[in-house]
Structures are given as structure tokens and as C-alpha cells.
Write a protein that binds this ligand. Structure first.
Ligand SMILES: Nc1nc2c(ncn2[C@@H]2O[C@H](COP(=O)(O)OP(=O)(O)OP(=O)(O)O)[C@@H](O)[C@H]2O)c(=O)[nH]1
Length: 293
């Protein structure tokens, strides 16, 4: 089945496919709340990140790859490794900007949405992943990205740049506040496969990022933690490794498991292949489950 028909054929959304398998499990105290059954029954989904050393990524042809032993996923479903061609970015084009759901492209291809605080490095990550120097306009001015921007990759999936949250000059309180459109996008966009929650690895954990992770988990939106700027070490502040550990430890106070964690640097292209490989695996999983009906 071609990617264009995957949603129509499966009859359920990418979100539904992935939600049941990769959502976090809350700690018992969170289970006291009136939660949806799909949340309570959710299973941890073990997906192995494809690394730069993985044969799948070294393979130059687009042929099927024989999976090495350590990459076999362990979980409720066997997940085929993606073809090498799935991890390559051949074309990347800006599609458009939307301020309401009806302005977004038809929900016919899987979407991977990037969120994070203003200035976390969203545009830089998009440019790094796609290998296009200025696909997303990078800016040092916080809060510039106020629309939902779609980029189509290889004509088969979307990278989506969402408005940054928690901009101090705009928000009067430190509470996480989505604009209504972003919230609607998270809750209603059928083709949303995975949210990539970007967290600045060069600074200690910020309450608003933890709050965002909580909100996504409680709203049953599958997400992956993508730490940015891991090349950057600020004087007198803990190292990125220490910041990341502290962030994960804080999440583990609320959850039994961590979501997938990927560490990146847009400057050094660290994590590029890992993230593209992971996205390819998710797309493969959705297509595979769609085939099974
Ligand atoms: N050292 C380092 N700096 C980075 C990295 N990624 C982004 N930056 C810098 O962080 C600043 C913000 O990056 P952007 O990519 O514009 O961030 P953004 O999240 O798109 O910003 P807004 O659209 O304003 O929300 C820029 O000065 C980038 O050069 C990284 O991996 N390492």
C-alpha cells in the first residue's frame, strides 16, 4: 500500500494506532483520576532507535534491510525495520501556514509535530533534519513562529512546526497556555502521528516543559522527548547530560516509564539519523498496522 492511501485504508487515525502502544503509564497516584480506559490499559511500546551505525542507515540502496539482532523491537507488535530509503530526506518543501485546522493540508499523510518553548531550536532542528539551511526561517527573536507550518518530506509525510509556548513577554503567568488552535490541533488532528517535544538540554529543567509533557500525556497525545542544544555548555550551569538526567528523573516522579528520548544538536547534526530513523520506524509501524486492518 502506498503512503497516500494508508489513512484511508486503515480507517483509523495514525494517532489511534500509536496511542494505544506508545503512551506513558502514569504513576499510581495519577491513576486515581478518572482516566480514559485506553490510558489505563496502555502498554509500553519498546522501539529501538536506529543509530548511525545501524545497517539500515548505512545501506545505500532502498532494498529491504535485514535487521540486526539488537534492533528487533520488543513489544506487543513486531515492527519491521524501515527501508533505508525511508530515512533519507530527498525532498523537503514548505507547504503553508495555518491559523485554523481547516487551513491545514488534507489529513492524508502522517504528521510529526514539533513543539517547545520559544527559542528551543525548532527551526534549527527542522533545517538540520531536512538538510536545508533555511527551510524553516531560524530566528533569534522568541515567539516568531505563531502559525502552524507544514513541510512535506519526500512527498510522503509532514514535519509540522507549531508555535512556541511559554514566551515570558506574552504570557503573564508561568502556567502553560496553548493558543486555542494549537490545542485543537493536538486534540483533533487525525493524521498527527507523534509530537516531538523539544526541550533545551543546555539549561536545567523548566517547569513549563514538564507541564507540557504532563499535558500531552494526560491528553493521550503520543510524544517523544527531543533534547536540543546538547553541544552547548553554559558556564556555571550543569552539563547537558546532567540537565537531561534531571529532566527525566522529574518525569519519572509522575510516570512509570519514559517516552523515547533523543538527544540532538543542530550545530553538530547530532541525533539526525536517530530521529529520522525513529520517524521512519513509526511510519513503518502505522503502515504495517494499517495493512493488518
Ligand atoms: N549551540 C546551539 N544553538 C542552537 C541549537 N539549535 C538552535 N540554536 C540556537 O538557538 C536559537 C534559537 O533557534 P531557533 O531554531 O530559531 O529556535 P525556535 O524554537 O525556532 O525559535 P522561535 O521560532 O522563536 O520559537 C538560535 O540562535 C539558534 O542558532 C543547537 O543545537 N546548538
Amino acid at each position: 500500500m502506498g503512503p497516500l492511501s494508508w489513512l484511508a485504508t486503515c480507517g483509523r487515525s495514525a494517532r489511534a494506532v500509536l496511542r494505544s502502544d506508545c503512551q506513558l503509564r502514569p504513576q499510581p497516584r495519577l491513576q486515581q483520576r478518572p482516566l480514559q480506559p485506553s490510558w489505563q490499559n496502555s502498554q509500553k511500546w519498546h522501539l529501538h532507535v536506529v543509530t548511525a551505525e545501524s545497517p539500515a542507515l548505512l545501506e545505500e540502496s532502498g532494498d529491504d534491510i535485514e535487521a540486526p539482532e539488537e534492533l528487533h523491537p520488543v513489544g506487543p507488535e513486531e515492527v519491521e525495520l524501515p527501508k533505508a530509503s525511508h530515512t533519507k530526506v530527498k525532498t523537503a518543501e514548505y507547504v503553508g501556514s495555518a491559523v485554523k485546522l481547516t487551513q491545514c493540508p488534507p489529513p492524508k499523510l502522517p504528521e510529526f509535530a514539533i513543539i517547545g518553548r520559544s527559542n528551543v531550536g525548532k527551526s534549527s532542528l527542522i533545517n538540520m533534519l531536512t538538510g536545508r539551511a533555511s527551510l524553516a526561517l531560524t530566528s533569534k527573536t522568541p515567539g516568531k513562529t505563531q502559525c502552524i507550518n507544514h513541510f512535506i518530506i519526500n512527498k510522503t509525510w509532514y514535519l509540522v512546526d507549531l508555535p512556541g509556548y511559554g514566551y515570558a513577554k506574552r504570557a503573564k503567568t508561568s502556567r502553560l497556555e496553548w493558543n486555542e488552535f494549537t490545542k485543537e490541533y493536538f486534540l483533533k488532528r487525525e493524521s498527527l502521528a507523534m509530537v516531538l517535544l523539544l526541550v533545551d538540554g543546555s539549561i536545567p529543567p523548566q517547569a513549563i516543559d514538564l507541564e507540557c509533557a504532563m499535558w500531552l500525556a494526560e491528553s493521550e497525545v503520543p510524544f517523544t522527548l527531543v533534547f536540543t542544544k546538547i553541544d552547548k555548555r553554559k558556564k556555571k550551569l550543569p552539563s547537558p547530560a546532567a540537565n537531561i538526567k534531571e529532566f527525566c528523573d522529574k518525569l519519572l516522579e509522575e510516570f512509570r516509564d519514559l517516552p523515547m528520548v533523543i538527544k540532538t544538536s543542530a550545530i553538530k547534526a547530532t541525533g539526525r539519523l536517530e530521529l529520522l530513523g525513529f520517524i521512519a520506524q513509526l511510519r513503518t509501524l502505522v503502515e504495517q498496522q494499517a495493512k493488518r486492518g
